[in-house]
Design a protein around this ligand. Structure first.
Ligand code: HEM
Length: 242
């Protein structure tokens, strides 16, 4: 019964996540960028912008330059999260790809560093008065949710093991429309319930910074205002009408 409810919830949450994300990215794509405002010094051509964006997304370059300890915690959290999520691919693929098998031990311990990172980021919101003042309940909620997902995951990995083979059977079954039982376990239920909540709130929350970073005009524009006149599509249309 709980397995069925969780399955329905997870399917709904995935739908909301994918549709919501597509909708948001559509809105970002259509949002006018009327000004030429790359943060200088900036690359002067598109190849340079790709390099800059890659450094920003992979190493959080601008955060590194502005605040070393937030960068440390943020990077630790995100890099660990990436490893953890890649490790989870084993539940959704059969046979498991070679590189996914290879990263399993790294992903396992990345769960611990993910928890450390997110706890540090939360401590910053709780104990740095200036940051506490500007923090909203949702800022706290996201961090607590991520920490709780990590905690429940880690307790399955290191304390109260769950039947991961059966968990995989359940998810492969869902993907292939062939129902399999989800193994019972409060921690597993809690883990999956919180993952569903995360998927549901993602398209409506600050977590949208993940796709959003690619649409930041101060990062995605080349510094070439003399070589190429910057004109937004809607402005071009007005010009051609006159
Ligand atoms: C439907 C999606 C998911 C399923 C089926 C799932 C399932 C599991 C299972 C069964 C474990 C225990 C692994 C073991 O005993 O070795 C685990 C661990 C963990 N999960 Fe998830 N999980 C999901 C999504 C997520 C998400 C979205 C996050 C992070 C935001 C996450 C974070 C973790 C962490 C940190 C661990 C501990 C480290 C590890 O063993 O990888 N999980 N998960």
């Amino acid at each position: 019964m709980t397995g069925t409810l969780l399955a329905i919830l997870l399917c709904l949450a995935t739908l909301v996540f994918v549709a919501g994300l597509l909708y948001r990215v559509g809105v970002y794509t259509r949002t006018p960028a009327p000004l030429k405002i790359p943060t200088t010094p900036a690359p002067v051509n598109n190849g340079g912008v790709v390099l800059r964006m890659t450094r920003e997304v992979v190493f959080f370059e601008s955060l590194f330059k502005s605040n070393l300890w937030i960068w440390g915690l943020g990077w630790l959290f995100h890099a660990s999260l990436a490893l953890v999520l890649l490790r989870h691919l084993r539940y959704f693929t059969e046979p498991v790809w070679g590189w996914v098998a290879f990263i399993q031990p790294f992903g396992k311990y990345a769960g611990i560093t993910m928890l450390l990172g997110v706890t540090g980021l939360w401590a910053r919101r709780l104990f740095v008065e200036r940051i506490r003042y500007i923090s909203t309940p949702s800022d706290h909620l996201m961090l607590v949710l991520l920490a709780a997902i990590a905690l429940s995951g880690l307790s399955m990995t290191f304390l109260a093991h769950t039947d991961v083979v059966a968990v995989k059977g359940f998810f492969l079954g869902l993907m292939n429309f062939s129902w399999q039982e989800l193994p019972a376990g409060l921690v597993l239920y809690a883990h999956l319930l919180m993952v569903a909540v995360l998927l549901l709130i993602f398209p409506f929350s600050k977590l949208l910074h993940a796709p959003g970073v690619f649409f930041s005009p101060s990062r995605n524009q080349p510094d070439n205002p003399r070589e190429k006149r910057h004109i937004a599509a809607w402005a071009k249309q007005l010009e051609s009408e006159n």
